[in-house]
Design a protein. Sequence first.
Lengths: 529, 351
Amino acid sequence: MVHQVHKGVAITPLSPPFFEGKGDSPGVPNEEYAIFLKGVSKTFANGTVANRDVTLGILKGEVHAILGENGAGKTTLMRIISGILKPDSGEIFIDGKPVRIRDPRDASRLGIGMVHQHFTLIPEFTVRENVALVLASSAWLDLKKVDEKIISVSKEMGLEIDPESKIESLPVGKRQLVEILRLLCQDVRILILDEPTSVLTPIEVDSFFKMIRDLKSSGKTIVLITHKMKEALQISDRITVLRGGRVIKTMPTSEANEAILASLVVEGMVPAPSLGRGTPGDTVLKVESLRVKDDRGRTAVDGLSLEVRSGEIVGIAGVAGNGQKELVEAITGLRKVESGVVRLSSEDITNKPTRFIIEKGVSYIPEDRMHRGVVLTMGVHENLALKCIEKPPMSKNRIIDRESMVKNAESLISRFSIKASDPCASVENLSGGNIQKLIVARELSNGGVVLIAEQPTAGLDIKASEAVHNKLVELRSKGVGILLVSSDLDEIMKLSDRICVVFGGKIVGEFVTENLDIERLSRLMLGAK
Amino acid sequence: MGANQLTVSRGTKRSIVKALLSVALTLAVTSVVFLINNVNPVIAFIYLFQGAFGDINLLSETLIRMTPILIVSLGLAVSFKCKIWNIGAEGQLYIGAMLGTIVAIGIGGGFLSLVAALVIGAIGGLLWAAGPALMKVKLGINEVITTFLMNFVGIYLVQWMISYPFRSPDTYFPESAAIPSSSALAVILPGTRLHMGVALALALVPVVYFLLERTTFGFKVKVVGENPEAARYGGMAIGKTIFVSLIFSGLLAGLAGITEVMGIQFRVRGSLSPGYGFTGIVVALLGNNNPLGVALASLFLAAIMNGSSTLAWTMNIPMGIVDLMQGLLFIFVLASEPLVRLLERRGVLKL
């Protein structure tokens, strides 16, 4: 790569936002800018800082890509613009004029529309009905007018669509176009697209980009949220890189390339002091050319192979949505394996029931801890016995031994310093961090041979994260093989003995954590070759 | 350890408040109806209370009324805990009553006949619930619809059976032959109709409590009901749990039906149940699916049903007041959760 110069950047500390060159120094809001954000900050109730002092200008009629990792604050920022979230501080200017966007209706009046990752169309309704739903300004519904609008807008988009086709009968790619069509029917001038290509096949992506260009030439302003460098480079006029909620840099796309962007995305990232290394033994978990589909029926895990040995932490690094969730669910028996093999030590556990896999010693800390990991309305003691209720000492002959449950809870509460008013307290009264400690306690105390930890510290404060990390390392020293799935690169680097990078359902690179090339890792995560 | 069991958790406190609130609102709206009819509500409720508990006879009649309601609603509580909505208890009750009666008459008298009738009656209810349970688990068909529709099939099937094949030869009405008197449930309070069925129903309260709170089945019912995703993650057999909880509620509905026959009616008629299967739904919800709460709620509903007949002839209030109160109770029980939440937000209630 020509831009090897930038490699050094990776170990400099995080620098404040800086702007340079023409078109990327938005000092003053003026009419050139369709949107101008000045000092916008947002902190969530749970303490997560999503945006810090963001100053950013979107020029009229440009395609502007917002690039960054998970948790960089891209989506939050766009939700502020589209009126879904309120900023804590900062100003928003539309066409150079200061505005207050209190709700999505305000945004719509200002000509701003957002297409979310999760679609908002009603599947049982036709295209016409879905459009009519947002156009209806009076009680009287003039379907002819709606049809005229659909036809004129779809011509502008270069889209062929039958207003009478039902949404549920359309392929996902087309649904997204209807989503955009519906916004354009509302005379939206500024389109915000949140990871629009994540639902598209490669062929669809090409025609989607053609449509973006058409819209641009008809004068629309387009903001594209993405974590794929390739796409940002391919379609945008300018690129803004966000990291940790800050604007790192805004630059014209013509001056950017993959190396520059990768270094910006990971800028200031220093490998965290690692928590020692394990002493790997025999292979305990082996995944061979695994193929798994996601909920929509698309191939999410695409011929993936990996190995975890005992006493080793293998980190799966990658941007969320690259098959990690499906991989984990396939291993734990929660999702059907299409082809390939999952082996535990030497036993084939492919497509075995979850119960069987749990009993063979696979523990699992799920990402969605509130919905999957615990039953909120039940007690701490009951949640700690969730997976072993049918075995002694928790129950004998199907009769529950409540005393054992409480004793078990008391000992885990003190060993894992879970803060609970009493061992039978309802889990809904616990804080998020303590719920996670409870899950960790349960999964670590059942004597498994393999632990799958999925985003184990997401949303936790530093102290709780440390506690979880220390427990994982402790478990590794006891000879358990750990598969750590996380989109937090710091966490991966801190804990892992080996790092596998997943992109598009495949392992695209493997690193030993000593002498790690963070830039190359980051490039692989973002889909570069 | 003992202390833990005795402390009332926030959830329990909340559900007690919800139940009391629904009862209070029901009485309030009923009072308005009384006022419109120029009846003093205070006096009306006194009559209602007297009609239900006024003397030993009235009290025993109320307990008799409570018996089938309690048995049905204990079963429904289990399926509702699993978030499985069995709306078909009425049909299951009739099928159970019919099958049990056939067995009692077939065996012909004696203790064996009684036990066999109760067992077969309960199994009849179970089988009637098994169809919808199977459709739910195997095909994913909504149990609300299937159990509800099976009511009609069950009730009309029983109507046909007592009109033709099992019609009593010595009456002019479509009704079954009477069970042998030696196989009837014994009267436990001489001079009244109070029979062993009430003891059976009350004995079921701790049994169902034990089932829900002390067995792995009850544990799984709660996990599946509260969070099926966690149940899947925990490796629990969700389908099996749903199936068993639904047929269990059918089992008790069938038992309620045959108990009513063996204790009070002694034969199957079209009027065997004035909708106990539906009343059980209100009762289970009002009692928050807690066996003890369900026991209190079924006594309350039985009292309303019996007390209102006294009310009807003393104060000239139509008997329809029962349906009114039951309907109001249903609405307020459903509305109590958002209501309590509203009161909490306004700072009126602190739970």
